[in-house]
Write a protein that binds this ligand. Structure first.
Ligand SMILES: Cc1ncc(C[n+]2csc(CCOP(=O)(O)OP(=O)(O)O)c2C)c(N)n1
Ligand SMILES: [Mg+2]
Length: 390
């Protein structure tokens, strides 16, 4: 136990009283963004939505091999939180956080090839979802098991702290995910070890078809942070600048050694759980109410009012982005499906330890074992490094 923990703390009444702000002057970080940075954020928001809309088209034309999970209406959270990070920080996104991956440098074509399970995808066509990471970009691969990434990120935060890397580790969880055992164990571990972790809770009102009030008691999920003595803050998740601002203040606190924090982002899932779910169980008036708070529309209004983006310039930029995204989608559709002879490639360790991988074109140059099967720009090779089939 570190000397920072006086034993009397455990008995000091009120020492763990709820802290409903993560500190810093609210709004100051957003106010210091330049016009260029604000346009950058706009571009990521648009890209996030356009890529997911394009994935929707691919799904409806039978090109996506499995389910499709999107973040329609929640893009401000992925973009605002990821934009607030530094290169040395680690992210552990969930499947609704494609926007985080894009901001960290993942290319749209990686998402398209993954969902279409093409040989050119980061996993060589072995997965039909965003289940891929990139250690160079400090992205831990998303997995489906809700809550499980929290203890993993706590572990990475512990390593970063011990190495003195000044890195903040961030992970995202839904309202439903806050009721898993891993959520509580991971948060508790991070709290008692004062780890550099930011937990972003995306409270979108539903866990699949279950309304939040039917699966957990508190209306505000920051109550769960109180249970572990963590500072927490409630944020308007549809206001990308508010999200960015809170995240900057959170990471500053965490980077300064203040221990983990939770941000609860209030938002709404504007579609069903996945593309196959028509969300009939959601009262239509809720969709109506939240449609008026679309994060992209709200942000367009901000940039227009501030004279940063005129409508004409906006249209020009949208067309440019659309062309880029269309080209990447076409690349995926034109890509081959994987060669079945290599189905078992990248399953067993064969390089005997860390260090560059053997073989001529297996992932990025200098990739470590962790990098096996992970993307290196657009170079994804499905050859077996041993030269044979697996
Ligand atoms: C541990 C675990 N239990 C159940 C599931 C099945 N499941 C996948 S998504 C989901 C709902 C998640 O809801 P929430 O956490 O609110 O996130 P959202 O989908 O709203 O973003 C469930 C129950 C799972 N993937 N992992
Ligand atoms: Mg939810």
């Amino acid at each position: 136990m570190s000397s920072k923990r006086p034993s009397k703390r455990a008995f000091a009444s009120g020492s763990l009283a709820p802290q409903r702000t993560v500190g810093g002057e609210t709004g100051a970080e957003a106010a210091s963004l330049t016009a260029e940075q604000k346009l950058d954020i706009w571009q990521w928001l648009q890209k996030n939505r356009m890529v997911e809309e394009r994935l929707g088209l691919l799904y409806r034309t039978g090109k996506v091999v499995g389910g499709l999970y999107t973040s329609l209406g929640q893009e401000g959270i992925s973009v605002g939180t990821a934009y607030a990070l530094e290169p040395q920080d680690w992210v552990g996104p969930l499947i609704r956080n494609l926007g985080v991956m894009l901001v960290r440098g993942v290319r749209p074509r990686e998402a398209f090839t993954q969902y279409c399970a093409r040989a050119t995808s980061p996993t060589g066509g072995r997965d039909g979802n965003t289940h891929f990471g990139n250690p160079e970009k400090r992205i831990v691969a998303p997995i489906s098991h809700l809550g499980a990434v929290i203890p993993v990120m706590a572990g990475i935060a512990l390593a970063a702290k011990k190495r003195g890397e000044n890195a903040v580790c961030v992970t995202w969880i839904g309202d439903g995910g806050t009721s898993t055992g891993d959520f509580h164990e991971g948060l508790n571990l991070a709290a008692v070890l004062d780890l550099p972790l930011v937990l972003v809770v995306e409270n979108n009102g539903y866990a699949y078809s279950t309304p939040t009030r039917m699966q957990t008691r508190p209306e505000d999920l920051v109550a769960k942070a109180d249970g572990y003595g963590l500072p927490a803050e409630i944020v308007d998740g549809n206001d990308v600048l508010a999200v960015y601002d809170a995240m900057r203040r959170a990471t500053t606190r965490v980077r300064d050694g203040g221990g983990p924090v939770m941000l609860e982002m209030k938002t709404f899932r504007m579609k069903g759980h996945a593309e196959h779910d028509d969300a009939k169980y959601v009262p239509p008036e809720l969709f109506e109410e939240w449609r008026r708070r679309d994060p992209l529309v709200l942000y367009d209004r901000v940039l227009e009012e501030e004279g940063i983006l005129t409508r004409a310039e906006r249209d020009r930029r949208v067309a440019e982005l659309k062309a880029e995204i269309d080209a990447d989608a076409e690349f995926a559709v034109a890509s081959p499906t994987p060669d079945p002879r290599f189905a078992f490639g990248r399953v067993y360790a064969d390089d005997g330890g860390p260090g560059p991988l053997p073989g001529p074109a297996w992932g990025p140059a200098g990739a470590t074992r962790l990098g096996r099967g992970l993307p290196g720009g657009d170079r994804h090779d499905v050859r077996d490094p041993r030269g044979g089939n697996a």
